[in-house]
Design a protein around this ligand. Structure first.
Ligand code: PAF
Length: 288
């Protein structure tokens, strides 16, 4: 029993019974999929869902399919009691807490795989990642059958992958994005920030500064490759290693041509600090 305060369901049938009773009352349902270790970024998605829908389900499931062997599946923070309290305060109506056996029973054999926005960037470094995300999100969509689902812009490539999934597979679900929550120094809120030691945490805010500089430089008309080269150098100086820092088409994540940007652009980065991988992104609009 996780909490007396907020209802929770651990099986698909219990989840569906609850959602069906809301549907019988003609109430709309929003889903906020999470892996738990909730921070204010997640809670702002719950608040957004509250504002848009009559009832809100938050799922908490650390999805093994989006971790490769050797990644941080076992170390990933699990803080269920605190999460339940936060969700109670945020007026979530139901926590859905499936177990790995419920999500992936023996013999489970489906994989949802996308190309398009899933290609490159994160996939170059974590090739298993978007198949795992798309598979679990497709299952969550079918299990909950929400009217709307809410995802953070912090995982911008994931957001575009999920929009593509909904479009390609005709899920009757509207996807809404929440702005990235940030600490005072600009560091994007992430459950993995818990891995940073004090020295690393002091350095981590640099990623936001470097991305801002890159966006400003592109918006000022600097050639894309030149602006990216400056940003790569800045990241190499600030962090232990750099997975990528790039400007891409904001709508499709397609690689951009040379020269100044000419259409809505997104700058995206992933770097490493000790054992922690930081990712972040922001918009850059073409010079007017
Ligand atoms: O962004 C996350 O926390 C996860 O990738 C998601 C969407 C909940 C799927 O496991």
């Amino acid at each position: 029993m996780i909490t007396q305060q907020i209802p929770h369901a651990t099986t698909v049938s219990a989840l569906r019974a609850r959602v069906r009773s809301w549907r019988d009352d003609r109430l709309t349902v929003g889903l906020v999929p999470t892996m738990g270790a909730l921070h204010d970024g997640h809670l702002s998605l719950v608040r957004l869902a509250r504002a848009q829908c009559d009832r809100v389900v938050t799922s908490i499931f650390v999805n093994p399919k989006q971790f490769a062997p050797g990644e941080d599946l076992d170390a990933y923070p699990r803080t269920l009691m605190e999460d339940a309290e936060k969700l109670t305060d945020a007026k979530c109506d139901l926590i859905y807490l499936p177990t790995p056996d419920i999500m992936y029973p023996t013999g489970f054999s489906a994989t949802v795989a996308l190309k398009g926005p899933a290609l490159g960037l994160e996939s170059d470094i974590r090739p298993h990642f978007f198949d795992g995300v798309a598979t679990v999100v497709a299952k969550l969509f079918n299990q909950v059958r929400p009217d709307m689902a809410f995802f953070g812009e912090k995982d911008y490539q994931q957001l575009l992958v999920i929009r593509q999934l909904v479009k390609d597979l005709d899920f009757p679900i509207e996807i809404l994005a929440g702005a990235t929550g940030r600490d005072k120094d600009g560091l994007a809120l992430s459950s993995r920030n818990a891995y940073l030691n004090a020295d690393e945490r002091a350095r981590a805010g640099q990623l936001n500064v470097i991305l801002k500089d890159l966006a400003t430089s592109l918006q000022g008309g600097t050639d894309r490759k030149t602006a990216e080269a400056t940003a790569i150098k800045a990241c190499q100086n600030a962090f232990d290693s750099v997975d990528y820092i790039e400007a891409r088409c904001a709508n499709t994540l397609a690689v951009l041509g040379d020269g100044p940007i000419a259409a809505p652009t997104r700058v995206l980065a992933a770097v490493r600090l000790g054992s922690t991988r930081l990712i972040d992104n922001m918009a850059a609009n073409p010079p007017s």
